[in-house]
Design a protein around this ligand. Structure first.
Ligand code: A3P
Length: 346
């Protein structure tokens, strides 16, 4: 009888215990999954739990943090301290352009990878003569601290179109990996115009329309002197890079796809940089208010790009759009040939 009562009591305790643990787990998952920075924005199905690979990487990171904590407390051998000390490393990969291609989004998204550390600012070391004259140690001093197993990535979109840059980068590191992110050339030109227009409007300055700048009034031809047009002739610039670097060292990212479905583009970059696959669906979610994918670093930390990314473009006369598209067409074909990647640009 006593034994029966004891067994019953044990069973009840077990049920109560399971209920308590279950409720606690539910609370942790529920609170942790709240989108704290964007509480009102709908999310897509990206709240799926991270896959096993990601969990492994995160636990490795966690272990690293614990180890560092021990080292900081002085509980490590000199070799361990030396091996794990963060240092300012020169970039092993550069996002060299193209302006308005999605360079910021690419950098921020790659920074989700535990082995990538971004230089937050555009340093403009290779395209600005004054900065370049300051020397490589000045450049290194601008880099973030990172661990030896991590790679630093910098982005300055002006690198892509500036004549001297490929040679200067080659002199620093002839085996550096280069990333070029491109968008449909006419859209990119309009995006470029929109950015300049916004700057003018902020200073209360009047400005030409896109149509006035992109088409030569006298000849009715595309105005190749207009910088936004010249920048979109990707093949012209690319050829300069290929005088110094073999095509295998240069990876082209589809900026239009990075907007609509970023993960496959990021996975290609991971492979190009020979990084273990670590960025997953759980790291990206579509924010309907912004109209773009945003970044999820952890259940508690999300971030969208600043409002200056994803501006509304002015309406452009359809005949001018058509003229530009026809103009870019042969250059695009050449670009596909050189890069071995075809885009569905008109
Ligand atoms: P628009 O402002 O024309 O839409 P860059 O960083 O090179 O200046 O590129 C800016 C472009 O990045 C934006 O151009 C935007 O379309 C694109 N972009 C790509 N992914 C984005 C994201 N997740 N959030 C905001 N903008 C993104």
């Amino acid at each position: 009888m006593l034994l029966q009562q004891q067994a019953l009591l044990r069973q009840k305790l077990l049920v109560l215990g399971s209920l308590a643990v279950g409720s606690l787990l539910y609370l942790v998952v529920r609170v942790g999954s709240l989108d704290r920075l964007q509480p009102t924005c709908p999310l897509d199905g990206s709240l799926r739990p991270p896959d096993a690979g990601q969990i492994l990487l995160r636990s490795l990171q966690f272990k690293r943090v614990l180890l560092l904590h021990e080292l900081r407390k002085g509980n490590g051998t000199p070799e361990q301290v030396h091996l794990h000390a963060p240092v300012q490393q020169l970039p092993r990969a550069l996002i060299v352009g193209v302006r308005k291609g999605g360079t910021r989004a690419l950098l921020e998204m790659l920074n989700l990878h535990p082995a990538v550390v971004k230089a937050s600012q555009e340093i403009h070391f290779f395209d600005n003569d004054q900065n370049y004259a300051r020397g490589i140690d000045w450049y290194r001093g601008k880099m973030p601290f990172s661990f030896p197993h991590q790679i630093t990535i910098e982005k300055s979109p002006a690198y892509f179109i500036t004549e001297e840059v490929p040679e200067r980068i080659f002199k620093m590191n002839s085996s550096i990996k280069l990333l070029v992110i491109v968008r449909e050339p006419t859209t990119r030109a309009v995006s470029d115009y929109t950015q300049v227009l916004e700057g003018k409007e902020r200073k209360n300055k009047t400005y030409h329309t896109f149509e006035e700048l992109a088409v030569d009034e006298a000849t009715c031809e595309v105005n190749t002197k207009y910088k936004a047009v010249r920048t979109s002739i990707y093949t012209h610039h690319l050829e300069r890079w290929l005088h110094f670097f073999p095509a295998e060292q240069l990876h082209v990212v589809d900026g239009d796809r990075l907007i609509s479905d970023p993960l496959p583009e990021l996975q290609r970059v991971e492979r190009f940089l020979r990084l273990p696959a670590a960025i997953g669906r759980a790291n990206l979610y579509f924010n309907a208010t912004r109209g773009f994918y945003c970044l999820r670093f952890s259940p508690l930390f999300n971030k969208c790009l600043a409002g200056s990314k994803g501006r509304t473009h002015p309406a452009v006369d359809a005949s001018v759009v058509e003229k530009l598209r026809r103009f870019f067409h042969p250059f695009n074909q050449k670009f596909y040939q050189i890069t071995g990647r075809t885009f569905d640009w008109p």
